[in-house]
Design a protein. Structure first.
Length: 124
């Protein structure tokens, strides 16, 4: 009997994560993982988020776009910001482009809550 409420709770949590991801055009929920679209600006003075740009989170990086340094910094920054291990963040698309997509081993609701806090702090 205990498995039926657990399944229902899991389904509600999954539905809540999907609804949270719908609030952000840069998020896509895939099961227990989340895809985040980024617009990366390399060679910036400081590394950090700079709001939303064209349906993606704009991320300014102090790393140059040479030898994969910027790509490594993208994954490292996202992992540090979300408080997850670096191995939980992988670059899916955009190896040589400013437009990138990363896959994060976190629920979309968690990533959406972080994104809301991050974007609201940038706007202030």
């Amino acid at each position: 009997m205990a498995s039926k409420p657990d399944k229902a709770a899991s389904a509600r949590a999954h539905e809540a994560a999907l609804l949270a991801a719908l609030d952000w055009p840069c998020l896509v929920a895939k099961g227990g993982q989340t895809c985040l679209d980024l617009s990366v600006v390399p060679n910036a003075k400081h590394t950090g988020a700079d709001g939303l740009h064209d349906g993606a989170l704009r991320l300014r990086l102090s790393a140059p776009p040479v030898d994969g340094k910027a790509n490594a910094m993208v994954c490292e920054w996202v992992a540090d910001e979300l408080g997850c291990p670096k191995r939980s963040v992988r670059l899916l698309r955009g190896l040589t482009s400013r437009r990138k997509q990363v896959e994060i081993d976190l629920d979309a609701g968690q990533v959406a809550a972080w994104l809301k806090k991050l974007v609201l702090s940038v706007d202030e």
